[in-house]
Design a protein around this ligand. Structure first.
Ligand SMILES: [Zn+2]
Length: 230
């Protein structure tokens, strides 16, 4: 309904006061172009477009409810809270999924070495949210398979190599992309660009080439690597 006598004016829908501020603009951009990661609700986890077992896994992680040795020790289900993979630190959630050497070498394959936000965050939920924002489904599938590898070693004493974890995460990522499409939320798609090693003792030859224009100077090269990337 139009009120006669009230002049038209420009308003900003991103704030209840309808006045634009840099803060409300930033919040609006986050909510519209990326995932809606409100910390006062866990609904953002359940809205992520992934198989439900991954939603549930992230929910457990954010609630420090995955059965790490710290949790098992607190509940008198284990004789020690020490990480059974490295044996040098308490197995907290962040140690298990990020800081343990066994996990660290896997994340480093994603060129995260100098990313302070990734390595220095001590809040599990913030770490998960930032990982999801920055790496989309790559983050979720990597975290899932790092946990799977941990359980495989701790429960049935079967070790997975770094190559096997990466290969499994890559396959899961591609399957989810195929089935769910798009991204976790509404943001730009993050492509998996890491090298996938062979699972067997075979070697893989990767080649690439380029040319400076049609019939110009051209070059090509190749690299043969085994399952350990050597
Ligand atoms: Zn460890």
């Amino acid at each position: 309904m139009v009120n006669e006598g009230v002049p038209d004016c420009i308003t900003w829908k991103g704030d209840l006061n309808v006045v634009y501020t840099a803060r409300s603009g930033y919040a609006w951009l986050l909510n519209n172009n990326m995932l809606d990661l409100h910390t006062d609700s866990w609904s953002w986890i359940w809205k992520l477009k992934v198989p439900q077992k991954l939603n549930f896994f992230l929910w457990l992680v954010c609630h420090s409810a995955i059965p790490t040795n710290v949790l098992r020790f607190q509940r008198h289900c284990a004789g020690s809270d020490i990480c059974s993979r490295c044996g040098i630190a308490s197995e907290t959630v962040l140690h298990c999924l990020r800081d343990c050497n066994k996990a660290r070498v896997i994340w480093l394959k994603l060129d995260l070495e100098d990313k302070k936000w990734f390595w220095e965050d001590v809040n599990v939920t913030h770490w998960i949210q930032n990982g999801v924002r920055a790496l989309d489904r790559v983050f979720v599938t990597m975290a899932w398979w790092i946990w799977r590898a941990r359980c495989s070693k701790s429960i049935v004493n079967q070790s997975m190599t770094t190559a096997e974890v990466l290969h499994s995460a890559s396959l899961m990522h591609d399957n989810i992309q195929h089935c769910f499409g798009g991204t976790l939320g509404n943001g730009n798609q993050v492509k998996w660009v890491s090298w996938t090693p062979p699972l067997t003792d075979n070697v893989v030859l990767n080649v690439d080439g380029s040319a400076l224009g049609n019939l110009g100077l051209a070059g090509y090269g190749g690299l043969i690597r085994d399952r350990d990337g050597k």
